[in-house]
Design a protein around this ligand. Structure first.
Ligand SMILES: Nc1ncnc2c1ncn2[C@@H]1O[C@H](COP(=O)(O)OP(=O)(O)OP(=O)(O)O)[C@@H](O)[C@H]1O
Length: 277
């Protein structure tokens, strides 16, 4: 009898994940999975646990309970190098690169793929230059990384991720220091790479416009997940973020052929005007 092939496992599956520091529970009983090709946004107020969760996913923190599986395999059973070939990370704070040029920093994306003494080939060099061109920084190639602007640094780190060739790109508030144009550009750039992306956001409208699905954390628990239309509701904004707001379809929804919820925030928290909405 013919049995249909089993569906492939999700690219990332988080099961009953909890993480504590000393006796304080920071993340509690978190379950979700991400399919290959999705662009997922992680939301939550300050201190909700977004960075802590992402650290458990890029194998920096080991959960006290539960499991993180990548393509069906517990990530702690993979070596750090094996995992780094599959998962790239862009963080909000860029550590100093000690006078490395932009080119050198981008070339570090090759590190997980190279043995200790192997040299950079012509193909590698082409890949590095192509990635730098893709993020629009060709004219800064030899500039020291530390002297780049915040937006240029973040784009350079995306170029490093392109060179790394990951299946999953994890970004922890990568746009927090960028002006609005670069925030949009950086996220659209990440979206155009055709890799699976999990990114934390503070700008809920940006997340709603970019993401296929959203995950919402509150006090270390996953309290909502689904499409932006399902997740971005006036009730969620009030319950999780404590704001009074109106949600309506973004004017581009029709043009883009999907419902993009758009949030208009109300002001007057000191005076109580928001209560009378
Ligand atoms: N190593 C640690 N030791 C003690 N407490 C920690 C540690 N890491 C995180 N926390 C605490 O866990 C909670 C969640 O922090 P986390 O940085 O994950 O939140 P976040 O959602 O990313 O916040 P933000 O939006 O402000 O960046 C905070 O109360 C933080 O102080």
């Amino acid at each position: 009898m013919h049995t249909p092939d089993a569906a492939p496992p999700p690219l990332l599956k988080v099961t009953n994940l909890s993480w504590s520091v000393a006796s304080t529970t920071i993340l509690q009983s978190i379950d979700f999975s991400i399919k290959a090709g999705q662009f997922i946004g992680l939301l939550g107020p300050n201190g909700a646990g977004k960075s802590s969760l992402l650290r458990c996913l890029y194998r920096y923190s080991k959960p006290g309970n539960g499991e993180v599986a990548f393509a069906g395999q517990n990530i702690w059973q993979l070596s750090a190098d094996e995992y780094a070939k599959q998962v790239a990370v862009v963080l909000q704070e860029t550590p100093s690169q000690f006078n490395l040029s932009l080119y050198d920093v981008v070339s570090l994306g090759l590190t997980p793929h190279k043995s200790l003494f192997s040299s950079t080939t012509t193909t590698d060099k082409e890949l590095i230059l192509q990635a730098i061109e893709q993020v629009g920084l060709s004219h800064h190639c030899q500039q020291s990384f530390d002297s780049l602007s915040g937006g240029e640094k973040q784009r350079a780190l995306i170029a490093r991720s392109i060179v790394q060739g990951p299946k999953l790109l994890i970004m922890d508030e990568p746009t927090s220091h960028l002006d609005i144009k670069y925030q949009i550009q950086l996220m659209e750039l990440a979206k155009s790479l055709n890799v699976t992306v999990l990114a934390s956001f503070h700008d809920l409208n940006l997340a709603a416009s970019m993401c296929d699905e959203l995950l919402v954390l509150k006090k270390g628990r996953l309290v909502a997940s689904g499409t932006p239309e399902q997740v971005i509701t006036e009730k969620m904004l009030s319950d999780v973020f404590g704001v009074c707001a109106e949600v309506s379809p973004h004017p581009q929804s029709e043009q883009l052929d999907k419902v993009i919820p758009h949030i208009t925030y109300f002001y007057g928290y000191q005076t109580g005007v928001t209560n009378g909405k």
